[in-house]
Design a protein around this ligand. Structure first.
Ligand code: SF4
Ligand code: MG
Length: 316
């Protein structure tokens, strides 16, 4: 029982839907302690697949996942148990990720008891009440069910549940995308306050550059299963190198505004990973395509200060 099973259940669901899991290739990055690292890209680019692979809700076919110096790539469920506590996930849809038949009290206390972070129900309960305060909910609300809360409140509950296990690393997969514009900034601010207070590292997933602009230390831009550009936020915003990133900036919406697909980037994202183009994945939509772009995939190249991009034009 508890969070671990919930995660396994989620994993099982993903496995059954594995035909629809977006393929991810050659994605390589490190999230530092206390850092907010964001992955940005259009829907279907593999952001969520990447996130779920890190906590092994999806098993990687190759590559390596190292957490705090420990290679967890081949770990089985039992070996993963302590990591299931240290790494927590907040999902896009709080409606789907909270058990509708459990009270908030139970949603928060069960994982603590399962992971032995509280000696008894009473201690778990005290901790749960404290967490409700921290996420801006009232203790009197503890015996209500998820459906009795608004979307923003439900996301606060998801965040409290993640924090119940005293994690070090929180993966937030589009945590504000499903929320009203007026609520988005509140949740982002809450997450940043909690980061400070609990000394958290975040991997933040978004389809919207505006969402990650204020919160990120570093940003990676993903396109069709690959990271095409990555760098410190200021660098990336001041000098976007990859044509795709430049397209994103040209179309950057206000917080909660139009999604990227509706804006200035032209052409369609290929429907399935099996239709992935040869060469640069972006060549069908790129305004600078050269013959080599149809044949050869560009490599990530460091342009200084940890700012990387993969584009033939940049190779000179
Ligand atoms: Fe455009 Fe070629 Fe660069 Fe790809 S490698 S982004 S197609 S110029
Ligand atoms: Mg997603």
């Amino acid at each position: 029982k508890g969070i671990w099973q919930e995660l396994r259940l989620e994993g099982g669901r993903l496995v059954r839907r594995s035909r629809h899991v977006h393929a991810v290739n050659d994605v390589s990055f490190t999230v530092g302690r206390g850092e907010v690292f964001s992955i940005v890209g259009e829907s279907g680019c593999g952001k969520s697949t990447t996130a779920r692979t890190i906590i092994k809700l999806i098993e990687p076919r190759s590559g390596q996942i190292v957490y705090d110096g420990e290679d967890i790539t081949a770990y089985d469920a039992k070996q993963m148990l302590p990591f299931r506590r240290r790494m927590q996930m907040v999902f896009q849809n709080p409606y789907a990720s909270l058990n509708p038949r459990h009270t908030i009290r139970r949603i928060l206390t069960e994982p603590m008891l399962f992971h032995k972070l509280a000696v008894d129900r009473r201690e778990a309960d005290d901790k749960a009440m404290l967490l409700l305060d921290k996420v801006g909910l009232r203790q009197e609300q503890a015996d209500r069910f998820p459906h009795q809360f608004s979307g923003g409140q439900r996301q606060r509950i998801s965040i409290a549940r993640a924090l119940a296990l005293s994690p070090e690393f929180v993966i937030a997969d589009e945590p504000v995308s499903a929320l009203d514009v007026s609520i988005q900034a509140q949740i982002l601010n809450l997450m940043m306050d909690l980061r400070e207070e609990f000394n958290l590292s975040y991997l933040f997933i978004a389809h919207d550059l505006a969402v990650v602009k204020h919160i990120s230390d570093r940003i990676a831009v993903m396109y069709l299963g690959k990271i095409v550009e990555m760098g410190p936020k200021q660098e990336l915003f001041a000098r976007p190198l990859h044509p795709y990133t430049q397209g994103l900036f040209a179309s950057v919406p206000k917080l909660g505004g139009k999604s990227l697909q509706e804006t200035s980037l032209s052409g369609d994202v290929p429907a399935t990973p099996t239709e992935l183009p040869i060469g640069c994945h972006f060549h069908a939509r790129c305004p600078y395509t050269r013959p080599i772009c149809h044949e050869q995939a560009p490599m990530m190249k460091d342009s200084g200060s940890g700012h990387y991009a993969a584009c033939h034009i940049l190779e000179g």
